[in-house]
Design a protein around this ligand. Structure first.
Ligand SMILES: Nc1ncnc2c1ncn2[C@@H]1O[C@H](COP(=O)(O)OP(=O)(O)OP(=O)(O)O)[C@@H](O)[C@H]1O
Ligand SMILES: [Mg+2]
Length: 584
């Protein structure tokens, strides 16, 4: 009796030393079971811990080692389960004739007969069970039970300390990880890159195979970024399920979990998807939910995202939400800045043009009268030729006078275009019958020289493109510019076509008339196309380069738009869109 007491005290003392020397849980449990076997002269000692609501074999001396971590029994199942369920020792002298006993063949426990299980209790919570077994049948005495209970008391405290230590190190690890995460996600302001990084971080921090980030947009939750470790495509069923959980996380503002476990409402679907485990957390910034981040893994039927994992993901999403907001703000600042720059450029251009126009108008005004005189006097010179002027001199004189009048005409055209451009007139609107009007414009041109070059003219006006409010003089000028340009672009002939039709305005705006003027000429190079409407841009020897800018300004004062498309070597198309009814 006394001897036994000594053994017990020695054992407890050794256990106490042992539990104080290490905080590594698995090592400690292994040493405890060895020590108990040796000192209590029993064949088996095992420790089961509660994990995910079940008792999982965590250490054993006597049973097969490779069963550790694999054998799991429900609380209440077998004699070990009974000890956990009732919170007090349970035993059987001969398990083969005990109906409560449940065999787990993978442990090799068939050879053992007796069993004594004692619950491990820490602060009133059952955290596991320790049991001993012997080969021969054995009736356990109160002293045996008392002793194992004392061992259990020591072990429970140590397990709790070890778990607290584990939690503290995990917290520290989380803090370090989150600090790293913070650094990484805050290192970019490019929103797409940032979302991608958040996905990768989410998957890495929780040791998962992938992550999906969704952003709320007009009540929908489209996928904004994703990361998948494997290159295999993600199934539609998996996407659908992830979306469902993500939406739930956003709706409840709480993380949502999917696990293969049969208690999980999504368990069946998870098992069908290869034991999918998933946790989705809402992304919340200042009370506003802006999206969700889900991380997932698969293949492990026992996988379960713990409260800790969920907390970690929530911490990560709250860090992410700030970074996303920063990137969003940065994007909008960048956009505003580029809009400002563009507006500034447009203003500069307008001012430059206005200054240029003003100067041009001044020069034009000064040139107009002398030009009229030069033209007039040149004509008079012809009349003043002496009658006896030799023929060869007369021919020379005619040629020179011809050049003078030709150049004067060209300058007069330039002067009038410059004045037009510099001081545009307010349109005097009239209701026009557009097809008739265009025909009239076409007939006002001297088309003979173009026809001689092989240019033919075509028109096609849709029935409904009749009534248009426009200033006839200005519209005539605009159309003439475009028609003449088209004809001039076809030195070797081609087809000039003018068509019109009606276009419906967007969002219930009124109707528009579209006028298309196209040619099959030489086309416009890409560089010229950019500068087409710039004043004084011309590729022609005698061109003013004011035809198109004037045309554009006329169309714009009619609240219309003009655009040009062209293919070099094939021809060009100028499209004008004008509101049918105008109030300028
Ligand atoms: N239909 C077209 N096909 C090819 N190039 C064109 C066409 N329309 C315009 N261009 C190009 O655009 C330039 C500018 O045209 P714009 O009408 O403003 O001036 P211009 O025709 O050169 O001079 P002006 O109109 O005073 O005779 C032209 O010189 C020409 O290079
Ligand atoms: Mg022109």
């Amino acid at each position: 009796m006394r001897e036994r007491r000594i053994v017990e005290l020695t054992t407890l003392n050794e256990i106490s030393k042992l539990v104080n020397s290490t905080l590594e849980l698995d090592d400690m449990l292994r040493e405890i079971v060895t020590l108990v076997c040796k000192n209590m002269l029993v064949d088996v000692c095992s420790i089961y811990l509660i994990e995910n609501r079940n008792l999982v074999l965590r250490a054993t001396q006597g049973l097969k080692r490779d069963a550790v971590g694999k054998v799991s029994l429900a609380v209440g199942e077998g004699i070990t389960g009974a000890a956990a369920a009732q919170g007090s020792p349970a035993w059987s002298g001969k398990t083969s004739s005990d109906p409560r006993f449940v065999y787990f063949p993978e442990t090799g426990e068939q050879e053992y007969s007796s069993i004594l299980s004692v619950p491990l209790i820490s602060r009133g919570n059952i955290i596991g069970v320790i049991n001993i077994r012997t080969r021969e049948e054995r009736e356990y005495q109160p002293l045996d039970i008392q002793f194992l209970t004392s061992v259990a008391g020591q072990v429970s405290g140590a397990i709790r300390n070890s778990q607290l230590y584990l939690k503290a190190t995990r917290n520290l690890h989380e803090l370090i990880t989150l600090n790293e995460v913070g650094k990484i996600i805050n290192s970019t302001l490019d929103k797409d890159k940032l979302l991608q990084r958040i996905c990768e971080m989410g998957a890495n921090v929780l040791n998962c195979k992938g992550a999906i980030l969704r952003m709320l947009e007009d009540g929908a939750m489209p996928c904004a970024a994703e990361y998948h470790e494997s290159s295999a495509p993600v199934s539609n069923e998996m996407y659908a399920m992830e979306k469902e959980i993500a939406e739930k996380a956003v709706e409840t503002r709480l993380p949502q979990v999917v696990s293969p476990d049969e208690h999980n409402p999504y368990g069946k679907r998870s098992r069908r998807l290869g034991n999918l485990s998933l946790v989705a957390a809402p992304i919340i910034l200042q009370e506003n939910c802006t999206g969700s981040l889900s991380v997932y893994t698969y293949g492990d039927p026992n996988m379960f995202f713990s409260v800790n994992d969920r907390r970690l993901l929530v911490t990560l999403t709250s860090q992410a939400s700030v970074a996303i907001e920063n990137a969003r703000l940065f994007e909008s600042v960048k956009k505003a800045q580029s809009e400002l720059e563009q507006a500034h450029e447009e203003l500069m251009m307008k001012e430059k043009l206005a200054a240029l126009g003003g100067m041009a108008a001044g020069v034009a005004h000064e040139l107009r009268n002398p030009l009229v005189s030069i033209g007039g006097f040149a004509q008079r010179i012809v009349k003043l030729y002496p009658k006896d002027l030799p023929d060869n001199i007369r021919q020379h004189m005619d040629r020179y006078v011809g050049i003078i009048t030709g150049e004067v005409k060209r300058l007069e055209h330039l002067v009038s275009e410059m004045l037009n451009y510099a001081s545009p007139q307010q349109p005097q609107l009239q209701r026009l019958n557009l097809p008739e009007f265009i025909d009239e414009v076409l007939h006002s041109i001297d088309r003979k020289p173009y026809r001689l070059r092989g240019v033919s003219f075509e028109t096609d006006f849709s029935q409904d493109s009749r009534d248009l409010d426009a200033d006839p003089d200005q519209l005539r000028r605009a159309l003439l510019n475009l028609i003449v340009n088209g004809c001039e672009a076809m030195p070797h002939g081609g087809v000039l076509s003018v068509t019109s039709n009606t276009r419906k305005g967007k969002d219930g705006e009124g109707d528009y008339l579209e006028i298309n003027i196209s040619d099959t000429g030489e086309g416009i190079s890409r560089e010229s196309l950019i500068r087409l409407f710039d004043p004084f841009f011309s590729t022609k020897a005698t061109g003013s380069g004011l035809g198109l800018p004037i045309t554009k300004s006329i169309i714009e004062t009619h609240k219309g738009v003009i655009k040009a498309t062209s293919t070099e070597g094939e021809g060009s198309l100028f499209s004008i869109l004008l509101p049918k009814q105008n109030h300028i």
